[in-house]
Design a protein around this ligand. Structure first.
Ligand SMILES: [Zn+2]
Length: 109
C-alpha cells in the first residue's frame, strides 16, 4: 500500500527518510552511499512545500518519528492509496459471452 502526505502547515517541511527506520521497514535501501569503504550513507529526504501533496510513497514513511509527530499535531495529512483491483474475467471469457449474444436467433419472427 502507498500513501500520499499532505502538508497542512503554513511552512515547508523536510523529512529525513532515516535508514534505520525507513529502509528497514521498506526492506530496501535508497540511501546514497558516500563512502563505499566505510559504508557511510546519506539518507534520502522528502521536502514538502506549504500545502503541497507528495507523490505516492511507500507506507514505510509513516514509521518515521518526524512524520508520526507531524501527523499527531495535525500539520500533516495522510491519504492511503488502495491497490488497484485485478479484473475478474479474462479476455477470452468475455469474448465468448459477447459472441454468443451477437448470434442471430432462428425463427424469431
Ligand atoms: Zn538506507
Amino acid at each position: 500500500m502507498t500513501v500520499i502526505l499532505i502538508n497542512r502547515a503554513r511552512r515547508m517541511k523536510l523529512f529525513t527518510l532515516a535508514h534505520a527506520t525507513y529502509c528497514e521497514v521498506l526492506g530496501s535501501c535508497g540511501c546514497t552511499v558516500v563512502d563505499r569503504r566505510t559504508r557511510r550513507r546519506v539518507a534520502q529526504s522528502l521536502t514538502l512545500a506549504a500545502g503541497a501533496r507528495s507523490s505516492e510513497l511507500p507506507e514505510a514513511v509513516l514509521k518515521l518519528g518526524d512524520v508520526i509527530r507531524a501527523v499527531a499535531s495535525g500539520d500533516l495529512g495522510v491519504e492511503r492509496v488502495a491497490p488497484k483491483p485485478k479484473p475478474r474475467a479474462s479476455k477470452t471469457e468475455r469474448f465468448s459471452v459477447e459472441s454468443r449474444r451477437a448470434r442471430p436467433r432462428k425463427g424469431s419472427r
